[in-house]
Every structure is written in structure tokens, then in C-alpha cells.
Design a protein around this ligand. Sequence first.
Ligand SMILES: NC(=O)c1ccc[n+]([C@@H]2O[C@H](COP(=O)([O-])OP(=O)(O)OC[C@H]3O[C@@H](n4cnc5c(N)ncnc54)[C@H](O)[C@@H]3O)[C@@H](O)[C@H]2O)c1
Length: 391
Amino acid sequence: MNTTPSLNRRNFTKTALLAGAALAAGTISTPGADAPVKRIRTGLIGCGSVSNQYLPQLARSPFVEVVSLCDIKPERARRQTERFKVAHHYPHIDAMLAGEPFDFLVDTTDMQAHEKINGQALEAGKHVWSEKPIANTLAAGQELLRVANKKGIRLWGAPITVQSPQFAFMAKQLAARKLGRVAAAHANYGHEGPDWSAFFYEKGGGSMPDLAVYNLTSLSGLLGPVKHVTAMVSIVTPERTVGDKGRIRVTEEDNAMVLMDHGNGVISHVQSGFNYFNPNGHEGRNETRHTISIVGSAGFMGMVGYDWEPLGVDLATQDAPTLERHATDAKGYAWQQGATLAAECLVTGQELLVTPEHALHVLDIITAARESGASGKRIPLTSTFKWPIVS
Ligand SMILES: NC(=O)c1ccc[n+]([C@@H]2O[C@H](COP(=O)([O-])OP(=O)(O)OC[C@H]3O[C@@H](n4cnc5c(N)ncnc54)[C@H](O)[C@@H]3O)[C@@H](O)[C@H]2O)c1
């Protein structure tokens, strides 16, 4: 594992901007170093909806050279190579791994495909950035991380909510005990459900790994690793029509309520679902409610908008009881920049706040919530991660 000091989002952006300016001048160099910056040879697999968000970020990065794209729907990979001026495209991971050499795989395939693809890439010696989830079970995810560590390569997973300045502000207030004794937190994220692909509604999919995963990452990141999970999950809409398969049966939850025990008496609650009408849609900029709120004996904090694209944090304390808005500047943070930040980390050695152990802990919460929903039992968790997360 890399042991270089942690770097906050602001410094990351500064580094990227400096390197970007040097690139424009024809010479790329890291600040304070004479050696030219290496671009990480990158392949992206899964050229669907989210690739339209990732590829512009990767294409702009001075630390990345996208050399190949892959999709089992070959037409999609071909179309994205033309659009983003990438030289090679492949219809299968085997052909991609045997083709144009690269060092870093970005996995934006279906949620159920990540585990196998990430495993194949790690075995082939590639660093991996995976969309959520990294794997389908905690044990499988831990095995992927074991392979990565053994080979001295890196594995990361979305989401990156802990990188936002709003998360940093909230973590700082908690560390300074501005809320007094923290008691409870609530977070929610839902919309009417994706209408393009069936995998969101099939086994291993569901609203938890797609939507709650953001809130679970934020709340465990703020309040600490979860000790026990109790949940109820249900299917509200048993049949749907989706772009790739037409009329389908929904076989994974589309409605979830997850209760988490963080220890020391702190309890939080996350709800997610694919049946949430929202007059603000799910575009981040239009949502101005508190989607995360934390309360303690001496204060209240509410995150304005969604944690994947927060707009600010409202804070009121016993000492300053009028709700005031803070941290309204995104400082360069964008939810779709995780793979780009990971590439920057591979080049500069500067660590992210996002860790695979945290992503696996969130996967543990999700699988425990499914188990609790099925059995009615309170499920103890075994995984943990380095906490607090301090930028
Ligand atoms: N769409 C979004 O706005 C969004 C936002 C954040 C995160 N995500 C996450 O990104 C991932 C992809 O979501 P999406 O909306 O882009 O789905 P999508 O269905 O639009 O795209 C997935 C693509 O992966 C390809 N694929 C599936 N299995 C493959 C395999 N074995 N080898 C190669 N290609 C394969 C599919 O053919 C498809 O083109 C999911 O994990 C999702 O949760 C999506």
C-alpha cells in the first residue's frame, strides 16, 4: 500500500490545475518535481450511460491516456471511441486484456458484472477503479483486495462522497464536537428508477447498491464504522418496462429502510427507493432539501442537496442557534471524477480519502440489510475501515 501523506481535495485540484497548465505549455511536470508526469494508460469497460460522465473527466485529465474501450454491445464501444478519440475498442474483456497494453481499468459495467471483471483485471496486473459495488459479497470483495495487495496494485470503488468539501466541513464540526453528544442521523435518496437497463432490478441490483450506497458511505464516513444493521426491504413495483429487455419482473428490492448502530449510542437511518416521486427530479442542482441530517445534544447539521453533488451545509448550535449555511463552494469536486482522481493518485502517489476498505464496509452494510430484511434479525458486521476520515 502507498504510504504517502494524504492530500485533500483542494490540493488535488491545485495539483491537477498546475499539471494541466504545464500540459498546455507542452511540458507536464508535477509541482516541485523535475521528472515529467506520466500519463496512466487507461482502459474503460462498460460504455453505457455513466461512461458519458466518466469519459469527459478522463479525457481532460493530464494524468490519463485512454487507450481502449470495451463493451459486450460492441457498437457502444465503437461509438464512444469515435466520440472521445480513443484508438482501440473491444467486444470482450479477454480481447481487451490481450490487446493494446494498459495499466488501469475503469469498470463501469452492470453492478452484477463488476466482481468478475475486477478480478480478471487485477489478476492481469491492472489497477482498478470500479463503479459500485466492487463485488457482490464482502468475502469476494475482500478476496479482490487481497489479490491487489499481494500484487502491489490498487483497487478503489465508487462513490466518492467523502471527497466533497461539504463532507469535510461536516466531519470537521463533528470532530470539534460542535453538535455535542451525537445521537442520530437520517439520510435519503430516491427517484423513480432508471428506465434503460434491467440489471438495476435484478438480483444483486436494487436501490441499495445503486442509491443508498451514497448515503451509507457518507453516514459511515461521518459517524464511524457500523456495528449492527437492521433493515426492511420490499418490492413496490413488481413489473417494469426497461430499454434493454422490455417488460421485466423486479426481483431485487426497490424500497429499503436501513437502521445502523455506529456504537457509543449513535444510531442512523438511511432510506432509498426506485418509487420516489420528487418534484425536483434527481438532478443534484435542483434538490435543495436536507438529504442528510445529523443531530446531537448541542447542535444540528443538514446537508443541502444530494451528498453526491452537495450544495452546502446548514448548521445551528446552542452557541449559534440560527441555522447558517456553510461550504457552498464545490472546490472542483464532481461525483464522476473518482477514476480520474485515482489515476492522479497512481501518478503522484498522493492518497485519496476514498479507500477500498470503506467501500467494502458499505457493501457489508448492504448485504447485511438484505439478510436482515429476509430474516427479520439484527445483523452484526465484521468489516471496518480507517476512521475518522480527515482531509
Ligand atoms: N447512469 C448513471 O447516471 C450512473 C451514475 C452513477 C453510477 N452508475 C453506476 O455505473 C454502472 C453502470 O451503470 P449505467 O447506468 O452506465 O448502465 P448501462 O446499462 O447504461 O451501461 C452498462 C454497460 O456495461 C456493458 N456491460 C455489461 N456487462 C459487460 C461485460 N461483462 N463486459 C463488457 N461490457 C459489459 C453493457 O453492455 C452496457 O453498455 C452501475 O454500477 C451504476 O450503478 C451509473
